[in-house]
Design a protein around this ligand. Structure first.
Ligand SMILES: NC(=O)c1ccc[n+]([C@@H]2O[C@H](COP(=O)([O-])OP(=O)(O)OC[C@H]3O[C@@H](n4cnc5c(N)ncnc54)[C@H](OP(=O)(O)O)[C@@H]3O)[C@@H](O)[C@H]2O)c1
Length: 244
């Protein structure tokens, strides 16, 4: 898909990976619909960066609220008509072990059901036979065998997101859908995390550094452009050190 003049909704585009994907898509000429929840300043920063290359608009919604998702899509349809691609990126991580039921509920709402309901709206409001694209942002913790028991619900919700994305691809030939599974990526999500923990994360990689949001965005844009890749989980983790 040539991204020039295509309309792409990026959820959670007010910072980090979502912001980088929004800007990278704009460099290809896409019209970027920038979604945010609380960080209005960040959303405006993204829009300013997007406007250096193409055009965009900002939409607000808490994606754990179905009503707000519906209203956002109504506003998008009114202003922009049908959209071509959805990037399910929004999400925040909450720690918790297997017995932490608050974390299970919070993370399935925040990571999984938010993406289910957003994707439902995307597919329902864009029923025309045109090719559609979906990119979901998962996590290495959602890949089978690399879940983190300290983030049990987060890992499992990301695994569910991967299954949702791949199954959508397998059952809708006109919808090309892939999941990106990033490893440790330096974004505001890491603000407040101790240097010791950051070092131990870096040591688990082969490249011995954090991944940049731009490195993740580069792959997201490649998947949006490439019409021969669908139903895949693409891991971007800097390699896993065999010692750990
Ligand atoms: N950074 C990493 O190491 C890493 C690794 C693997 C996967 N990921 C995944 O990558 C994605 C982006 O993370 P990031 O590192 O870029 O984090 P980030 O900078 O904290 O950005 C998270 C984004 O998600 C939005 N968001 C969170 N909960 C939301 C909700 N209920 N409704 C609507 N928007 C919501 C935030 O909106 P507001 O700030 O506007 O409220 C923000 O735009 C997440 O899905 C995360 O799980 C990150």
């Amino acid at each position: 898909m040539d991204l020039a003049n295509k309309k792409i909704l990026v959820t959670g585009a007010s910072s980090g990976i979502g912001q980088a994907i929004a800007i990278a898509a704009a460099t290809k000429g896409a019209t970027v619909l920038i979604h945010y929840r609380k960080n209005k300043v960040g959303a405006h920063e993204t829009l300013a960066a997007v406007k250096k290359f193409s055009s965009g608009a900002i939409f607000q919604a808490d994606l754990t609220n179905e009503n707000q998702i519906q209203k956002m899509f109504d506003a998008i349809a009114k202003q922009n008509g049908a959209i071509d691609a959805l990037v399910n990126n929004a999400g925040e991580v909450v720690g918790g072990d297997f017995f932490n039921n608050a974390a299970w509920h919070e993370q399935f709402e925040n990571i999984f059901f938010s993406a289910v309901h957003t994707t439902q709206q995307f597919l329902q409001q864009n029923r025309v036979a045109k090719l559609k694209k979906i990119i979901s942002v998962g996590s290495i913790y959602g890949n089978l065998g690399t879940g983190n028991a300290d983030y049990f619900a987060y890992s499992t919700a990301k695994a569910a997101l991967a299954q949702m994305t791949v199954t959508l691809a397998q059952t809708n030939p006109r919808v090309l859908a892939n999941l990106i599974a990033p490893g440790y990526t330096l974004t505001p999500l890491w603000d407040g995390v101790s240097t010791a923990i950051k070092k131990s994360c870096i040591n688990k990689t082969l490249i011995k550094r954090f991944i940049t949001p731009e490195e993740v965005a580069h792959v997201a844009v490649a998947l949006l452009e490439n019409d021969a890749i669908t139903g895949q989980v693409i891991t971007i983790d800097g390699g896993r050190s065999p010692q750990l």
